[in-house]
Design a protein around this ligand. Structure first.
Ligand SMILES: Nc1ncnc2c1ncn2[C@@H]1O[C@H](COP(=O)(O)OP(=O)(O)O)[C@@H](O)[C@H]1O
Ligand SMILES: [Mg+2]
Length: 415
């Protein structure tokens, strides 16, 4: 009997990790082939988990360094994060200390004993805008000389690039563009120089490509092969729900797991897990572990579309605000609401929005294309028969519930 433990929103591996067999196999194959990989999928699809799971599979043959770039605001910050991940590897760290001899020598000999947080601060003090690239390249040279090949997993790289590129209004600045270009070109140069010795995997909850595209820097990642992570198919998702049920003693009525999958419409792993958690909580609260098909509809309405769902939606909105400049965000939200409330965003509606959102000196049609490209890339919309439609039924309903009250479809405005 298959069992699975609840993910609870954390990064999952091992007993918590479901399926992805084909993806694991392909991923490992690409790493073995020496490829640099751009892991692309919308948020909550399980990118970080897949990277962590694959890192465990590769651990005997490779040195895997998992670096979260989310909080980095400069290339120097990224060098600190990378160095901290080298720290546990004794022989590599010995050499790394040499790179930071400008600051580490000033400290006590027992550098190994100091707290990681303090070490981070010390390393940071040794990095400047003028020297990070050189020191970073030295780090790559050290990694390339390791006794096993290195897999460098850079998670949330797009958030870092976004931090560097834009000011507080999410507009790209000239300085940001220069710094982003310096960082991406440096990464590219090293990825080519150490091909075969170091593999780089880039991933994140917002797409790196739309961000780089906005800055005209797409070419900096053209030596990375895209690897797309799709939602689970219906069978994988319902088997996942059954395995969770087995672990936690839920007795599903025939057809109930399938109904859950059906209601989601798109089996993003986190949404599947969320749905199960809601079912489980309800069963425990009422002291009856049997779950019928009508129970499912009830849980969807009260749990998935309720307060918990709302928290998830907020994340989606925040990410969107990060990717798009402030003055475009209102238009993007309006276009998404049109798709959610009317069911699709058709060409006629897109054209009508241009009159509602005149942006001085700019071709609004072109801006809309850019917005749609971002919305497609980040998994909100897909092209349908009558126009763009939401990929996820759940996200559509969240969106609709939140915005429909004061919304008038664009073709009915001012009539
Ligand atoms: N292979 C998987 N098996 C089980 N649950 C998963 C899997 N992948 C993702 N999840 C669920 O989705 C949640 C988010 O996964 P995560 O790896 O953080 O996604 P991402 O990095 O794409 O945002 C996890 O907490 C877990 O509940
Ligand atoms: Mg992640």
């Amino acid at each position: 009997m298959n069992t699975l433990k609840m993910g609870q929103g954390k990064v999952v591996t091992g007993e918590w990790f479901w399926d992805r067999e084909k993806e694991k196999e392909l991923f490992v194959q690409k790493i073995d082939d020496g490829a640099h990989v751009l892991l692309v999928a919308q948020r909550r699809m399980g990118k970080t988990s897949l990277m962590a799971e694959v890192a465990e599979l590769l651990a005997e043959r490779y040195i895997c360094l998992f670096v979260d770039l989310q909080k980095c605001r400069s290339a120097s910050d990224a060098m600190v994060e990378l160095s901290l991940k080298i720290h546990p590897h004794k022989s590599l760290w010995k050499k790394t200390k040499g790179v930071f001899s400008n600051v580490i020598n000033k400290m006590t000999d027992s550098v190994e004993l100091i707290q990681i947080s303090e070490l981070g601060i010390t390393l940071r003090s040794g990095l400047t805008h003028g020297n990070w690239a050189d020191k970073g390249s030295q780090l790559f040279d050290i990694l390339a000389g390791a006794d096993r090949p290195v897999v460098l997993l850079l998670d949330e790289a797009a958030l870092m690039v976004n931090n560097i590129l834009k000011d507080e209004n999410h507009n790209i600045t000239a300085e940001g563009k220069t710094h982003t270009n310096e960082f991406m070109s440096w990464l590219r140069k090293n990825s080519i120089k150490h091909q075969g010795k170091i593999r780089i995997v880039i991933s994140g909850s917002i797409g790196l490509e739309p961000i780089l595209h906005q800055a005209g820097l797409s070419a900096t990642v053209n030596n990375f092969v895209p690897f797309e992570l799709d939602p689970w198919d219906d069978e994988t998702a319902s088997d996942c729900i059954k395995a969770l049920g087995n672990e936690y003693g839920i007795e599903f009525e025939e057809g109930a797991p399938e109904e859950m999958v059906n209601m989601l419409g798109c089996s993003i792993p986190h949404h599947v897990q969320m749905f199960f958690t809601n079912v489980y909580d309800r069963c425990v609260k009422r002291g009856n572990m049997q779950c019928s098909v009508p129970d499912i509809a009830e849980v969807y309405k009260s749990g998935m579309l309720g307060v918990r769902g709302h928290v998830e939606l907020t994340h989606y909105e925040e990410r969107l605000e990060m990717v798009l400049p402030k003055e475009l965000c209102a238009l993007a939200l309006d276009m998404l609401t049109e798709a959610a409330v009317t069911g699709h965003l058709c060409d006629e509606a897109i054209a009508a929005f241009q009159k509602d959102y005149p942006i001085e000196g700019q071709d609004v049609g072109k801006i809309q294309k850019e917005i749609i490209w971002v919305l497609e890339h980040d998994g909100y919309l897909k092209s349908g028969e009558k126009g763009y439609v939401f990929v996820s039924k759940l996200l559509k309903e969240w969106w609709e519930n939140r915005y429909k009250r004061f919304f008038t479809p664009i073709l009915k405005r001012g009539v």
